[in-house]
Design a protein around this ligand. Structure first.
Ligand code: OAD
Length: 249
């Protein structure tokens, strides 16, 4: 029988104990950056209410109108320079300092707020906003904070593109992610609607493996709530700072 997840306000739960040697996988989504002022995708006023996904977040959209795509990401780059990490980013950075390599921090977000809070080795499965790559050649992606009015070109003559993963493209580093999932004892998703795969399917994969506790933290019940043991409802900035407790370490 499939167990029913416990869904309740976050303050009704106790902290999550992490014992020595236990591996923690934290998956963050747009909700972790919401309190920093970065718009989410699917909430009211979110990015996908104001822009058509097909226009600004698909390879076909880029082929049709690269300037429009660059204007969208350039606006997001300008905005990124004005926001600060919040209490949830800082708490996750602190957890990384405490348990080191036992934490695998994977984000669907393209912002750099985890790094700016002090997290190391953040796995950006949907790429990075402040990075650019060539749409054709094998030149390595490079750090780039520029805002462009016109689509820039690579030395090879092809168009440069934002180094982000679009719909219809493969997220970065999936084999490393699945390896980390196999080793996970505690899986926590923070602020993701559970609508976009493969990330939304990590929790079902873990259910199937039958090894990890799976916890959701966010404002509302996500679409994949059934696969979690608990859904702790509330703001990331309120809940994440007191979420973890280290035991026997
Ligand atoms: P969504 O916008 O789909 O979901 C954001 C989630 O965060 C929602 O479930 C909100 O309830 C929750 N939320 C909002 N404010 C919060 C807060 N202060 N604290 C905690 N939770 C809060 O964003 P994602 O699930 O991250 O992909 O979206 C996944 C992917 O879809 C993105 O990476 C992007 C998008 O299309 C690509 O662009 C490939």
């Amino acid at each position: 029988m499939v167990p029913i997840p416990k869904i309740a306000p976050g303050n009704e739960f106790g902290p999550l104990l992490i014992k020595r040697g236990e591996r923690v996988f934290v998956l963050t989504g747009a909700g972790v950056s919401a309190e920093s002022g970065v718009p989410t995708f699917r909430d009211a006023g979110g990015l996908w209410e104001q822009h058509r996904v097909e226009d600004v977040a698909t390879p076909e959209g880029f082929e049709r109108a690269p300037e429009l795509v660059w204007r969208f990401y350039s606006e997001r780059r300008k905005k990124a320079a004005t926001v600060q990490p919040n209490a949830a980013h800082l708490a996750l950075a602190r957890l990384g300092e405490q348990i080191g390599d036992d934490l695998f921090l994977c984000t669907q977000n393209v912002d750099a707020l985890h790094e700016r809070a002090g997290s190391r080795g953040v796995w950006h499965m949907h790429g990075r906003l402040l990075s650019t790559r060539c749409s054709e050649c094998s030149r390595a992606p490079f750090d780039d904070e520029s805002a462009y009015e016109k689509a820039p070109r690579c030395d090879c003559g092809a168009l440069l593109r934002p180094d982000v993963v679009w719909f219809g493209e493969m997220p970065y580093g999936l084999s490393r992610i699945y390896q980390a999932l196999e080793e996970t004892d505690l899986f926590v998703t923070v602020g993701s609607s559970g609508a976009v795969y493969p990330a939304a399917g990590f929790v079902s994969h873990l259910r199937h493996l039958g090894r990890a506790r799976c916890i959701y933290v966010g404002l509302e019940k996500p679409e994949n709530a059934h696969a979690f043991d608990e859904c702790r409802l509330g703001k990331a900035g309120d809940l994440v700072p007191s979420l973890f407790e280290l035991a026997n370490r």
